[in-house]
Design a protein around this ligand. Structure first.
Ligand code: ADQ
Length: 489
């Protein structure tokens, strides 16, 4: 009886992702300080009232000793987080290697690593083994904390092997898997040496979700072409067992952005920025510094625009904020210097003693500064070469209700499917087309801006992160119930 009373009233949701939503800093042998990082996923799940979420994942730090592990586990428990401890070698092979060097570029159509093919092929096997081992370690922790009735929601390309490991522990566990990146055409996926094994393990889940219908369709084609299974309108069928596959487009917590614009600190930032750039139109780019975001292409398009529109040269400025990520990977270091070189060249070419056309910052901005930038700028440029969804485009629209700025958006971002009617869609590889779109955006009439903005603002404020999470989890619950009914019949 006592045990029953202690159980939470709401259904428990175990959210499993590679990284926990905290940054942990070790202060002493057995003391840690933790800071919650309020990413999209955290805010999405905080809004889901029917469920009580627990987070399972890697804390992003190497903790080799028992004392440190015990202390960190205890500190994390207060934040409803449960750690998976990965050692340096596993992190190197699984995270830097298989996840970021193989799956990430492949899923964004950049192909498998080309240089030194032999070395890559040789390390491929050990990286894939580390990937499976790491996924098994996540499964062990989930299994240890799982209670009957819980829903387990696995996230992203880091954990494609997890659904299978979990179902091997307990075939009754309700398991969902969601991919935050694109799922590429089956022609791309089939180049991956471990293509079948990964598909089969994902199929062990009850519900598999993607941002767009296209990604879901690519996944189903990969299963039919590579595994020879049957694709149905509901998903993929294997010997009578259905894995439901569907699109669940993510959103943002739009209220959080809209409310922030009322905060005094944000209004002060807005005033400062207006003074700083008075008399000029301001264009904005906000991205993680990653090859998929198409930052060099964006800057080259801006150069082309300046070249072809001399009257705009001292009347427009591009602010590009790029947060460095994966800084220890040589390709990312190369990208940083490439971007710096292009920016330097263009500023040298079009700048004057008092003003430069591009302000490039290699850093992350705090939330209020970001909201102010979103609110004051006239045009946002999102030119990803591929992007699962792209939340920056949503955040920009949420902050533009007063100004009704123009969004230029890559047709290869998932967001193009939801914000396409309001944005100017571009092929980011076509520098001339992007340059022309910049001119179109800067010259657009206020009536047209208003019309386009209305469309996008309505979408962003109704298709929120909370709605996304709720829909996925309730669909997962329903899928399991339907499957039980089918087996009874
Ligand atoms: P990301 O590739 O990280 O996400 P995105 O969706 O744009 O891309 O989200 C980035 C987040 O980081 C945004 O919330 C943004 O505000 C923040 N951010 C970016 N640059 C910043 C800066 N300089 N300073 C402060 N904050 C910054 C992955 C996929 C996407 C998918 C999301 C969610 O690659 O396609 O939309 O997951 O599923």
């Amino acid at each position: 009886h006592e045990k029953q009373e202690a159980r939470p009233l709401r259904q428990r949701l175990l959210v499993v992702a590679n990284r926990l939503p905290v940054s942990a800093i070790r202060r002493g042998e057995d003391s840690w300080s933790l800071e919650i990082s309020a990413g999209g996923l955290v805010t999405a799940l905080l809004g889901v009232k029917e469920f009580e979420a627990r987070w399972i994942g890697w804390a992003g730090v190497n903790v080799p000793d028992d004392i440190g592990q015990r202390a960190l586990t205890k500190a994390l428990a207060e934040k409803k987080c449960i750690p998976v401890f990965l050692d340096e070698e596993i992190v190197h092979q699984y995270y830097n290697g298989y996840c970021n060097n193989i799956l990430w570029p492949l899923f964004h159509y950049l192909g498998l690593p080309q240089e030194d093919r032999l070395a890559t092929t040789r390390s491929f096997q050990s990286q894939f083994s580390a990937y499976k081992k790491a996924n098994q370690m996540f499964a062990d922790v989930v299994n240890e904390h799982y209670e009957e009735g819980d829903v387990v929601w696995c996230h992203d390309y880091h954990l494609m092997f997890l659904p299978k490991c979990l179902k091997e522990y307990n075939s009754k566990m309700k398991v969902g898997w969601f991919l935050h990146t694109p799922f590429p055409s089956s022609e791309i996926h089939r180049t991956l040496p471990s293509r079948s094994e990964l598909l089969r393990s994902v199929l062990a889940a009850d519900l598999v979700g993607f941002h767009t219908y296209d990604y879901a369709r690519h996944f189903v084609s990969a299963c039919t072409r590579i595994l020879g299974l049957e694709g149905t309108p509901e998903g993929v069928e294997d010997q009578g067992r259905l894995t439901r596959v569907a699109a669940f487009p993510i959103g943002i917590d739009s209220d959080r952005f809209i409310r922030a614009l009322e905060v005094t600190q944000v209004q002060e930032h807005i005033r400062e920025l207006k003074d700083r750039f008075a008399g000029r139109k301001v264009m904005l780019g906000v991205d993680r510094l990653d090859m998929i975001k198409g930052i060099p292409q964006k800057i080259l398009a801006f150069e082309k625009f300046l070249e072809e529109n001399p009257i705009w040269r001292d009347k427009v400025v591009l602010l590009q904020i790029a947060v460095p990520t994966r800084t220890d990977v040589p390709e990312y270091q190369k990208l940083t210097s490439q971007v710096h070189e292009i920016v330097g060249r263009i500023n040298g070419r079009f700048g004057s003693l008092t003003a430069v056309p591009i302000h490039h910052l290699d850093r992350s901005l705090e939330f209020h500064a970001l909201c102010a930038l979103y609110a004051v700028t006239d045009v946002a440029l999102v030119t990803s070469l591929r992007d699962g969804m792209n939340l920056v485009s949503y955040e920009y629209v949420a902050c533009q209700d007063a100004k009704k700025g123009v969004l230029i958006l890559s047709e290869f971002a998932g967001a193009a499917q939801s914000l396409g009617a309001g944005a100017i869609l571009v092929n980011p590889w076509n520098i001339t087309e992007v340059a022309n779109s910049i001119a179109q955006a800067l010259n657009m009439s206020s009536e047209e801006r208003e019309k386009r903005h209305r469309h996008n603002f309505a979408h962003v404020t109704t298709h929120t992160a909370q709605e996304w999470a709720e829909t996925f989890v309730s669909e997962l619950n329903d899928t399991v119930v339907e499957a039980q009914i089918r087996t009874r019949q």
